[in-house]
Design a protein around this ligand. Structure first.
Ligand SMILES: *Cc1c(COP(=O)(O)O)cnc(C)c1O
Length: 466
């Protein structure tokens, strides 16, 4: 009896999954043609959700239908080819399929006991990532929500290591009364790193900011003296310009004096996967910790961040849920190597992406995005816009020099047209718009359509009239 009733309950899940899959297919088949940003009418549709908490149950299939009917139109088409805002990737086909299966699996992914398959694929993905980036094979790899939490894990490990050398056990004794650490960071450090320093109780007041060059990369000549109390925060991939700090040179300065060098490579770390681009990040493998996102340039679904550390024992000591083990092996449960006790099988997304792309596919993805960014920059310049950054990767920052205030009009025109999406930014004191090409979906036609939309905007707004 019990089996039967469980069986019939699961039949409902099966039907709901099928219903969801059909709607997902419908969504994906329209994605290349629909508006990138929802229209006002699409937003109004969401009023359907603004109802009091229902007293009674609804048919699960109706719930799924409702979500598609009133919810899908109010999404932003970030999974399509013409969303160029922030730094946002789409979802690779293998990942989309894997997610469908994983939604049925519903695994608690942080222990071997609750999910052998997740634990196994996280080990495989870890090895593949270390191989792809050519990082020390004994490094720990943690699958977190994104680079913010990856930075959190890395800096917690750094905090642990530097303080323990000063005979201070931060996990036990806390930070009240602890010896002081130093933090050296680029003027262009990402704001989430500052947030992480606040979360870790280190705070932001003590940051020693290092000036940057015209493309936003740290000036090595301006680095202060480093010592065994210092954490150096480098960046691979400036969110505006794409610039990568001269990490190799920074590491050279840090190595002899015991400073910890961290690399925030949310998207820029993937430059290491391209033979055309890896010179930009030369020497990065000598750092102590590295973080990157799956959901940006690797094009896994949200949310997916990767924290890699040369010193697994320091990660373990700062993240263990029980008394830390003396030795850290590859079989240690994920829950003892990162913040969450419960989380999704994020390593499976990474595995699906890397298995479907292979080393060459990752390289091609990176190169294609860079080529499209280059093409966009050239077309913008041909129109008369001023490109403000050195387009080293996938990011383009441009402005209308005669009157920078008009940049927001251009962005508004294009976004309202629904053809493409990108946003305004401030770059080295100037008002500009920023285009990030990070999706595997984007093809030449998407770039051309976007260029044409910017042309139409310029015409209608009366720019470049002589
Ligand atoms: C996006 C980004 C972050 C934050 O990453 P999340 O995945 O959004 O948490 C941090 N640093 C840089 C350089 C980024 O581009």
């Amino acid at each position: 009896m019990k089996t039967l009733s469980a069986h019939s309950k699961l039949l409902l899940s099966e039907k709901a999954h099928q219903q969801g899959s059909e709607h997902a297919s419908d969504y994906l088949s329209n994605l290349a043609l629909r508006r990138v940003s929802p229209s006002k009418a699409d937003i109004t549709l969401m009023d359907a959700f603004s109802e009091p908490l229902p007293d009674g149950p609804s048919n699960p299939l109706d719930v799924v239908d409702m979500l598609h009917r009133f919810g899908s139109p109010a999404t932003v088409a970030t999974a399509g080819g013409r969303f160029f805002g922030l730094v946002v990737g789409g979802s690779l086909p293998a990942c989309v399929g894997a997610r469908a299966l994983m939604s049925a699996w519903d695994q608690l992914a942080t222990t071997e006991i609750t999910s052998p398959i997740s634990a196994h694929l996280e080990r495989v993905s870890s090895d593949w990532l270390l191989n792809l980036f050519n990082l020390p094979r004994s490094s720990s790899v943690g699958f977190v929500t994104g680079t913010t939490m990856g930075n959190f894990v890395s800096l917690a490990a750094a905090r642990h290591r530097l303080l323990s050398k000063l005979n201070w056990n931060v996990e036990k004794q806390g930070l009240f009364g602890a010896p002081s650490l130093r933090v050296v960071a680029s003027r262009e450090v990402h704001f989430t790193v500052e947030k992480v320093l606040a979360m870790l109780g280190i705070g932001t007041d003590l940051i020693e900011y290092v000036p940057v060059d015209s493309n936003g990369a740290m000036k090595v000549s301006e680095l202060p003296e480093l010592d065994e109390r210092t954490i150096v925060l480098t960046q691979a991939g400036n969110v505006n310009s794409g610039a990568i700090d001269p990490i190799g040179k920074i590491v050279e300065k840090a190595r002899s004096n015991g400073a910890w060098v961290h690399v925030d490579g949310a998207f820029g770390l993937w430059a290491a996967a391209s033979s055309r681009k890896k010179h930009l990040i030369a020497g990065f493998e000598e750092a102590d910790s590295w973080v990157t996102d799956g959901h940006k340039w690797l094009n896994t679904p949200y949310d997916s961040g990767i924290a890699i550390c040369r010193h697994p024992e320091d990660v373990h000591k700062s993240m263990a849920t029980v008394a830390p083990y003396f030795e850290v092996s590859k079989n240690i449960d994920a829950k003892d190597m990162m913040p969450e006790l419960s989380r999704a099988a994020r390593g499976v997304d990474i595995w699906a992406a890397l298995k479907s792309l292979g080393r060459h596919g990752v390289q091609e993805l990176v190169n294609d995005c860079c080529d499209h960014a280059r093409l966009l920059a050239d077309e913008l310049e041909a129109m008369g816009f001023e490109v403000l950054n050195d387009v080293v990767l996938n990011q383009v920052v441009a402005t209308y020099s005669p009157d920078e205030a008009r940049v927001s009009d251009i962005v508004e025109w294009v976004v309202n047209s629904g053809i493409a999406w990108f946003g305004v930014t401030r770059w080295q004191g100037r008002q500009a718009f920023r285009i990030s090409v990070s999706s595997w979906v984007t093809c030449r036609e998407d770039v051309e359509e976007t260029v044409n939309a910017i042309k139409s905007a310029s015409d209608e707004l009366g720019l470049f009239r002589s």
